[in-house]
Write a protein that binds this ligand. Structure first.
Ligand code: HEM
Length: 308
């Protein structure tokens, strides 16, 4: 029985090698990690390509529409200048860059089509820098625009740009191993925006006693219109014009069966924490991956060109 198990394991290993060797991988676990990470990243990017139709899909119709694909209430700002420019710039650059970077991390293409790798690399860097300009424009309004959200976005965008710069400097100095490490860092850190979503939803689903979050009346009005005053009477000073910046305290309950405002407050409240935890996980995760693959280099005696 053990003999049969061993021989079928050998067959599976041989078949797997026939798949990952031609792609340019030397180790199965390397390939498995690459496949899972790139699969999730590519899947996320493809599913978001529809957002390039900004007015038709992402922020469909008007700010008062409940059918947009953005988080509740976000389109109230995204349909105003300069935030429209920021979010459109971010989406129109980061989505193509994310598609192109998937090609970049296929080892065989990098080794056999150096020119493609080089041109693709420059395009990705330019698109990435532009996408972060977009982030800086929308940061004051993203998910409540609080200090937590702005701090997180600042940290994520600066480290992402820093890693791209280090990667560029390394390749100019012909330091291939360093170039690979910094590119992997840049895109693994950027991938934390996917994990952040999962953590945010998980936390909000299991949260027993929801916190409260301050939300401006103009954003609430964009979601509730004439029901605003019934639910949030403090918004009277906003409608009367006495205080256009009036904020009210909203219960941040994601699972609330009817209130879209409470769901928006929940997302605003959890954004900074969830994405920060995700960023930390990715920060350490990529170092573990780099460590694992560098020991592989030492054992096999191969150079980095065989790794993603
Ligand atoms: C360093 C990395 C990144 C930062 C700092 C960043 C930041 C942001 C911000 C602030 C928003 C607006 C969120 C809102 O208020 O609704 C956003 C939206 C979005 N970003 Fe990024 N982003 C980054 C990387 C990426 C990557 C790698 C992708 C890849 C596909 C991506 C795809 C999107 C999409 C599709 C949206 C639309 C909203 C959504 O799907 O939730 N971003 N990003």
């Amino acid at each position: 029985m053990a003999e049969i198990d061993r021989s079928s394991a050998n067959v599976i290993t041989r078949i797997a090698r026939k798949i990952y060797h031609p792609i340019g991988f030397t180790k199965g676990y390397n390939f498995a990690f690459w496949l899972v990470y790139l699969g999730v990243f590519l899947g996320f990017t493809i599913s978001r390509l529809q957002f390039l139709d900004f007015y038709g899909v992402f922020c469909s119709a008007t700010a008062k529409s409940a059918t947009s694909h953005a988080a509740p209430g976000e389109c109230f700002y995204f349909l105003q200048k300069p935030y429209t420019i920021g979010i459109v710039l971010h989406l129109a650059t980061i989505l193509p860059a994310s598609l192109l970077v998937c090609i970049q991390f296929i080892p065989v293409i990098r080794r056999k089509a150096t020119l493609l790798h080089r041109v693709n690399g420059y395009i990705i860097i330019i698109l990435s820098v532009l996408s972060m300009v977009g982030v800086y424009i929308i940061a004051p309004r993203t998910f409540g625009g609080g200090f937590d959200a702005q701090g997180l976005l600042g940290a994520l965008s600066v480290t992402f740009l820093w890693a791209l710069l280090m990667s560029y400097i390394s390749i100019k100095r012909r330091q291939i191993e360093q170039h690979r490490a910094w590119m992997l860092r840049a895109w693994f850190w950027a991938g934390s925006i996917i994990t952040g979503r999962l953590i945010a939803i998980l936390v909000l689903k299991v949260l027993k006693s929801p916190p409260y979050y301050a939300m401006p009346c103009d954003k609430i009005d964009s979601m509730l219109q004439d029901r605003t005053l019934d639910l949030y009477p403090e918004c009277l000073s906003f409608y009367s014009g006495a205080n256009p910046q009036q904020n009210v305290v909203v219960r941040a309950e994601f699972n609330h069966p009817t209130s879209v405002v409470e769901a928006a407050a929940a997302l605003d409240a959890v954004f900074g924490m969830a994405y920060f935890v995700a960023f930390l996980l990715h920060l350490f995760g990529v170092e573990i991956y780099l460590h694992l693959t560098s020991s592989e280099t030492r054992h096999s005696g191969h150079v980095s060109s065989s790794k993603p």
